[in-house]
Design a protein around this ligand. Structure first.
Ligand code: T4K
Length: 414
């Protein structure tokens, strides 16, 4: 049985703009309503597994919970090899090194900073590419334009769990002799043209961080159908050790521990319920925010499998009359901690803003999307009543946009 951790209900009805907490009213939620609250499976089963780990005194380094977890992830993703990692960032770093990427690698700027850091950390230049305005993923046309003699690879990111244009990227990588890696941190349990995410490109990297659809508290995995590459990942994950006292390559400590694997295994048993909850929440947001001009919810393709982990609003300020940041500040005052992932885009964050200040490329779609998106609370920790509370606030703000805007402007001196 899954125990709900939801404690918040919206208990302050907003009848007038003056009731909004940002203007002095009582916050709608007593406790913060987070984006990214963990989905947690059966507490009892998890405890039993932890007790077993303690009794057997095997905590990490080749433990049986990690190998069971790897088997299950490979099975669900339809790939031959899964190498569990302590997090996806280390997974990306290991995959990048094992694929022998160097020089320049093309990535989207509109992603979590770890995608860029995993390259720069190893002295490889991330070349920031624009995204497609609809999919929020790499624009293959610009990828092609950015290829230079120094380019060794492409990293696509399946943002929000919605797959990139995998076919076109695969074709470009093959034709131009480049490696193709996918940052699939958001996309465990999702599909592309009916095939599970995990088996595309040279390798894919999942994140099992607490905030992800499937979590092992901290954790990740690199998956591939290439046995030699998988062996390289395994060696690099454990300092390069192949036997006692023998290293075959350079390596790092990327190992997942047994308790994290136990958490991952426990949560896998509730995967179907997590998807059902997320899908229900997504539909509820869609229904309760319907008809608000200038506001749209990023859709998931009904013909594919999705984990629905992100509820992403796009706000067109010219139509709504209230900007994304204004709406976010209003929600924060109500204790709804909506997030503007992945603002302002990696190219505008340090060290990249300074390092590549003169990069010639323009990223209009990235800038456009990064200025509009706002992610809303979802997942097992959020109740339908809380979602109704969030939607009521958004609706009342947008239906009274000019009054809200006027009051907001009055708050800023000058
Ligand atoms: N590639 C992509 C595309 C990614 O999105 C990520 C990670 C990675 C690579 C790297 O994966 P990992 O190395 O992390 O495995 C969070 C996560 O830390 C990060 O994993 C994730 N992406 C990113 C999108 O979100 P923050 O800075 O938002 O974390 P934080 O601490 O603000 O947490 C988010 C919200 O979740 C908060 O409002 C509080 C809530 N929360 C968080 C935790 C940890 C809880 O309620 N309980 C919790 O235990 O980065």
């Amino acid at each position: 049985m899954i125990m709900s951790t939801a404690t918040q209900e919206s208990d302050s009805v907003k009848q007038a703009v003056g009731d909004l907490a940002i203007f002095g009213g009582t916050p709608a939620f007593k406790n913060p309503l987070h984006v990214g609250q963990p989905n947690i499976g059966d507490h009892k089963k998890f405890s039993e597994r932890v007790n077993d780990i303690l009794a057997r005194r095997w905590l990490t380094n080749g433990g049986s919970y990690v190998s069971d977890f790897e088997e299950r992830i490979a099975d669900i993703s339809g790939v031959a090899h899964c190498v569990a990692m302590c997090n996806a960032t280390i997974g990306l770093e290991i995959a990048i090194r094992a694929l022998e990427l160097k020089g320049e690698v093309i990535i989207p700027s509109f992603t979590f900073i770890a995608t860029a850091h995993a390259l720069q950390w190893q002295g490889i230049t991330p070349i920031f590419c624009d995204i497609d305005r609809q999919s929020h993923c790499l624009d293959p046309e610009q990828v092609e334009q950015l290829i230079t003699p120094r380019t060794t690879g492409i990293i696509g990111v399946h943002l929000w769990g919605r797959p990139c244009d995998i076919d076109t990227l695969t074709e470009i990588a093959a034709r131009r002799g480049l490696k193709l890696l996918f940052d699939s941190a958001h996309a465990f349990g999702c599909s592309y043209q009916g095939r599970s995410i995990g088996g595309f490109g040279n390798a894919e990297v999942f994140s099992f961080h607490a905030t992800k659809f499937l979590n092992s508290m901290e954790g990740g995995a690199v998956v591939t159908n290439d046995p030699e590459l998988a062996q390289k990942f395994r060696l690099m994950r454990n300092f390069g050790f192949s036997h006692y006292d023998q290293t075959d390559s350079i390596g790092v400590n990327g190992k997942l521990n047994e308790v994290s694997a136990a958490m991952g295994l426990t949560n896998l048993e509730s995967m179907a319920e997590f998807i059902a909850i997320n899908l229900g929440h997504h539909k509820q947001y869609q229904d309760e925010l319907a008809g608000l001009a200038g506001l749209s919810l990023v859709p998931y393709d009904e013909h594919e499998r999705s984990n629905y982990q992100y509820v992403v609003l796009e706000i067109d300020e010219a139509t709504t009359g209230v900007g994304r940041d204004q709406l976010m500040n209003i929600l924060h005052a109500e204790n709804v901690l909506a997030r503007r992932y992945f603002y302002p885009g990696c190219h505008r964050m340090e060290p990249y803003r300074t390092l590549y200040a003169n990069a010639p490329v323009s990223l209009p779609q990235t800038e456009f999307v990064a200025a509009r998106v706002l992610t809303l609370p979802t997942g097992q920790g959020v109740t339908p009543a809380s979602i109704s509370g969030v939607c009521e606030i958004i609706r009342m703000v947008l239906e009274n946009a000019s009054e809200v805007r006027k009051l907001l402007d009055e708050r800023v001196p000058g």
